[in-house]
Design a protein around this ligand. Structure first.
Ligand code: NAP
Length: 269
């Protein structure tokens, strides 16, 4: 049962990159449950088709599936234009698509580093630029970037992701100032480890998750629902004075000074 009004986003349209799985899927469904029509952009058409059918049947809202690689600016432009053509407008962009794999920095290839920067940082820019030019410059809008906390300190095995998410944070602050006067507000959520995602299950198998949980001041990992609820808050009228904010949702883990889990056999998060 949501604490937010069912019609909170009625009449609004949101595009969520990486919206077919994990946190993006949670945010997309939460927006649709509160009245928004949504569009999901990612690569795997079968995931998109399943997620969009499930969201439509669970919420009664429209959910457009947009197969595209966020690294391809022309494909992203086309997806944004299709969203506006089919759903009528574009009020909200959630930049959530990202890639991650742990790798000791000395073993990380230029391709591996570049792939993560291309998806997380350049992909965020491609979608942001398209949404601004096609709709938000004229009509205003809200952009929400899904960042992380691993670059707030130093996280072994994550140099590529840390560099990419630092770029996402820089875009958040820069565009908040540059586009705020045009009615476009740009904010970010920085989740800590979210226990019910595939990524967290992969990065923190069994006992590693237990050790990590013990390091969180509130003694639990985050959940997709935590991030989806915070996204609703930021994107709703309640967040209307937020611009350039990077909101950490990690139960206080990054403040505890103990944000380090070394799985056996290599560096971790
Ligand atoms: P996820 O389920 O793996 O979601 C990532 C999504 O991005 C997938 O749907 C994927 O779909 C899409 N994607 C990847 N590469 C793409 C590309 N080149 N073009 C278009 N779409 C692409 O991951 P998640 O755990 O929910 O993470 C979501 C966000 O939260 C990410 O920004 C992540 O950095 C952030 N985050 C997660 C955690 C956590 O604990 N899970 C913690 C901190 C921050 P396709 O593969 O089909 O393209």
């Amino acid at each position: 049962m949501s604490i937010f009004r069912d019609s909170l986003f009625a009449g609004r349209v949101a595009l969520i990159t990486g919206g077919a799985t994990g946190i993006g899927r949670g945010i997309a469904e939460a927006l649709a449950r509160h009245g928004a029509d949504v569009a999901l952009l990612s690569r795997k058409a079968e995931n998109l088709a399943a997620a969009s059918a499930e969201i439509e049947s669970a919420t009664g809202r429209r959910c457009l599936a947009l197969p595209a690689d966020i690294r391809n600016p022309e494909a992203v432009d086309a997806a944004v234009i299709r969203t506006i053509a089919e759903l009528g407008r574009l009020d909200i962009l959630v930049n959530n698509a990202a890639g991650n794999f742990p790798c000791a920095s000395e073993d990380l290839s230029p391709n591996g580093f570049g792939a993560v920067v291309d998806i997380d940082a350049k992909g965020t820019w491609h979608a942001t630029r398209s949404a601004f030019r096609a709709w938000m410059k004229e009509h205003g809008g809200r952009i929400l970037n899904i960042s992380a906390t691993l670059h707030h300190g130093g996280t072994p095995g994550q140099v590529h992701v840390a560099a990419a998410k630092a770029a996402v944070d820089a875009m958040t602050r820069t565009l908040a100032v540059e586009w705020g006067p045009l009615g476009v507000q740009v904010n970010a959520i920085a989740p800590g480890p979210i226990g019910d995602t595939e990524g967290a299950r992969r990065l923190f198998p069994g006992p590693v998750a237990d050790r990590l949980r013990a390091q969180v001041p509130i003694r639990r990992l985050g959940a997709i629902e935590d991030i989806a609820s915070l996204a609703l808050f930021v994107l709703s009228q309640a967040g209307s004075n937020l611009n350039g904010a990077i909101l950490v949702s990690d139960g206080g883990l990054s403040l505890s000074g103990r944000f380090s889990v070394e799985p056996e056999g290599g560096p971790g998060v």
